[in-house]
Design a protein. Structure first.
Length: 78
């Protein structure tokens, strides 16, 4: 059964975390880390998002973000 969508209200800070399946590595090379940072930048051009901080580790990442409008976090993460 799919998870119920979480509400994301604009103007609040959110901590986003995502891990690889079975805690598998998702970043293997320096190029993988750079490609992910490029995706963050591109997503922020598509849906304005203030990225306050990020931490990328081999098997997961953390983001501290602040969406401007209600629902922006979901649109940005897609």
């Amino acid at each position: 059964m799919p998870r119920t969508a979480r509400a994301s209200v604009g103007g609040y800070c959110y901590h986003v975390i995502n891990r690889g399946n079975a805690r598998a590595e998702v970043f293997h090379t320096d190029g993988d880390y750079q490609a992910f940072r490029d995706l963050l930048r591109d997503a922020s051009h598509r849906v304005p998002m203030r990225v306050l901080a990020y931490c990328l580790m081999p098997n997961h990442f953390h983001l501290a973000v602040r969406p401007q409008q209600d629902g922006d976090l979901s649109r940005w993460m897609q």
